[in-house]
Design a protein around this ligand. Structure first.
Ligand SMILES: [Zn+2]
Ligand SMILES: [Zn+2]
Length: 186
């Protein structure tokens, strides 16, 4: 059942009712790729997947995320054309590309940003200074709503008009300057 919005109980509801009430067309989001239909195996339950806008570039990893954060740096912001970027890291040994091989842009020396060669969606990041790690954009998760950011980095670059009300720790500088430095992704 749809959840009532405070103060408008019985009048305004969240969910698909909102679309029908004002005849707003639903965003034509594609369903997840057919290859994502889950089996019941233990490995399937441990596997997390993600994909780009056109779904040609996709990835999966088995196990846990190493860290999760928001980055406010100008490079991430411009790469995604978004005011802030949510990221997480996984050990590269538990990660694989499962669709088309992404294209890669070296945004600064030793820093590699992966993106879909068809639709252009930013999708991942590797850097020589984070050996053994793959960084993934949380918005590319199959279920981005399940993501739980735990801290901010590069807070000195946060846009002044971006309103964020969480009480997470926020650090100046990159992940390397936070206590969450992944230290080899073991
Ligand atoms: Zn794509
Ligand atoms: Zn960044």
């Amino acid at each position: 059942m749809a959840e009532a919005v405070g103060g408008f109980e019985g009048e305004l509801t969240l969910g698909f009712d909102v679309f029908s009430r004002w005849n707003v067309p639903k965003h034509p989001t594609l369903p997840p790729p057919a290859s994502y239909i889950r089996g019941g195996s233990e490995e399937d339950r441990m596997t997390t997947r993600g994909y780009c806008l056109c779904q040609k570039t996709s990835w999966s990893y088995v196990g846990d995320q190493t860290w999760t954060c928001y980055c406010h740096c100008d490079d991430c912001r411009r790469n995604c054309a978004a005011p802030v970027v949510a990221w997480f890291g996984v050990p590269k040994k538990s990660f694989e590309w499962t669709g088309d091989t992404p294209r890669t842009y070296e945004s600064s020396k030793g820093v590699f940003r992966h993106f879909c060669g068809t639709c252009g969606s930013p999708i991942g990041f590797e850097a020589d200074h984070y050996p053994g790690g793959m960084h993934l954009y949380a918005a590319s998760l199959e279920r981005p709503e399940d993501f739980k950011p735990t801290f901010h980095v590069n807070k000195q670059s946060k846009l002044p008009w971006l309103q964020m009300t969480d009480d997470l720790d926020a650090f100046e500088g990159t992940l390397l300057h936070s206590p969450n430095d992944p230290d080899g992704y073991q």
